[in-house]
Design a binder for this molecule. Structure first.
Ligand code: GUN
Ligand code: ZN
Length: 433
């Protein structure tokens, strides 16, 4: 039995990076998205699409609203949900004073399961349908996250945090054990339904060389997995890492030595990088993950999107909650604009929406599955309402083209603007069983 459904509204997606290709924005003012068996079957103008639909096909009418691919949050810590909005510290003190104590609670599987559900409710409400997620060092925190995501049919990436030094007991593991635990989790979860495993050494400062080596080994032993970590976020962190690894010419060089700079490797922050680092990232096919709300909140610095682009390094956008201050990718685009302004660099609404959709999918190596409305892609998509608030409605009404309309949504929008989130063509919902 076919499960064909159609969705009418203003379709907006990208076929390429708008910085690289003039016609990359695809915009169909009165469009029809047709989904069959959870995948995109076709997109096009509504008039022709409706005429071609088999009789009896249900049509959800979102006319007047925008229909976009679901947002991709390429770096977020579900286990830091309760850390959001913790006042007054920069990175290293923030980790010690707020984050490690909060993560310690994830030894309790029931706590992990409860936070995983809350987190997924939040991100789905905000229109995020795929994320690269940090649980904690505790394997049960990974099981809790993946089982919650699996029940909702989500495409998610996560992996056990590896952290065997310079961290308090409740959140520290041991190199060989972290390898064995990761391996068991990979076997349990990687490639199951829409779930993918990421080998997750937290950052160079909290791993011994042995652990980093084992992280590289895991990646070699299981092709197709992701790697996620933090890189060059904060000056005190960079200085500390240089003291811990005196043999390395650069922060990135540590990860490189252990085979962690490669395709499907996600480097959160990547703020304070040299030209040589950018070249290394690009050559290896690794991706930089821009986390603007976090970088501003923790006072870490200003990401240089132009330098990343000039090197050819893929870039994704992320909330980095709980260093980040919002689960909303609209707010994250908003702050990315301000970061670019502070650096006197351009940043358009097309840049923002591209990074949060197809740019994220490309950085995650998932552009064959998600990120735009090409036929065959998984039908995770959202509806953004220009009537979300009186101010948005008023300002949106004054916008004269789609780029301006998207800019209004990204500067004024948040979860209130997300009228609906669909997973594989069905409204996202919390499972009752
Ligand atoms: N560096 C190492 N761990 C973390 C973390 O949890 N958040 C951020 N923002 N940076 C990190
Ligand atoms: Zn992070």
């Amino acid at each position: 039995m076919s499960t064909r459904k159609a969705f009418r509204g203003t379709l907006v997606d990208f076929t390429d990076d708008p910085r690289a290709a003039a016609g990359a924005l695809r915009h169909i003012e009165d469009g029809l998205l047709v989904v069959n068996d959870g995948r995109v079957e076709s997109i096009g103008p509504a008039a022709a699409g409706l005429a071609a639909l088999p009789a009896g096909t249900p049509v959800a009418d979102h006319s007047g609203s925008l229909i976009l691919p679901g947002f991709i949050d390429a770096h977020v810590h579900y286990a830091q949900t309760d850390v959001i909005a913790s006042h007054g510290k920069q990175l290293l003190d923030w980790l010690t004073d707020y984050t490690f104590p909060a993560e310690g609670r994830f030894a309790d599987a029931a706590h992990a399961a409860m936070v995983a559900e809350f987190f997924l409710d939040e991100i789905l409400k905000n229109g995020t349908t795929t994320a690269a997620v940090f649980p904690t060092v505790h394997p049960q925190s990974v099981d809790a996250f993946f089982s919650a995501a699996q029940k909702r049919g989500l495409r998610m990436i996560a992996g056990k945090v590896m952290m065997d030094v310079n961290a308090p007991d409740p959140v520290r593991d041991e190199a060989e054990q972290s390898y064995a635990d990761s391996k068991a989790l990979i076997e349990r979860w990687h490639g199951r339904d829409r779930l993918l495993y990421a080998v997750t050494p937290r950052f160079a400062a909290t791993s011994t060389e042995r652990q980093l080596q084992l992280a590289g080994q895991l990646l070699d032993e299981h092709p197709g997995m992701h790697m996620q970590t933090h890189l060059a976020e904060n000056h005190d962190e960079i200085k500390w890492v240089a003291e811990l690894f005196p043999w390395s010419k650069s922060y990135l060089g540590i990860y490189e030595k252990f085979g962690l700079v490669r395709e499907n490797a996600l480097y959160a922050h990547s703020i304070h990088l040299s030209e040589a680092d950018w070249q290394t990232m690009a050559r290896a096919g690794a991706a930089a993950v821009h986390c603007p709300t976090s970088n501003l909140f923790l006072g870490s610095g200003l990401f240089n999107l132009d330098a990343a682009n000039a090197s050819g390094t893929a870039v994704a956008l992320a909330t980095d909650v709980g260093g980040g201050t919002s689960f909303s990718m609209l707010r994250t685009m908003h702050e990315a604009y301000k970061v670019a302004q502070m650096g006197h660099r351009p940043f358009t609404s097309l840049d923002g929406f591209y990074l949060a959709t197809l740019g994220g999918a490309r950085s995650l190596g998932l552009a064959d599955k998600i990120g735009n409305f090409n036929p065959g892609k998984e039908a995770d998509f959202i509806v953004l309402s220009p009537k979300a608030t009186p101010l948005i409605e008023r300002r949106y009404g004054l916008a004269t083209d789609i780029a301006q309309k998207l800019f209004v949504m990204m500067m004024l929008g948040d979860e209130r603007a997300v009228a609906a989130t669909y997973i594989l063509g069905e409204p996202a919902r919390r499972p009752t069983i």
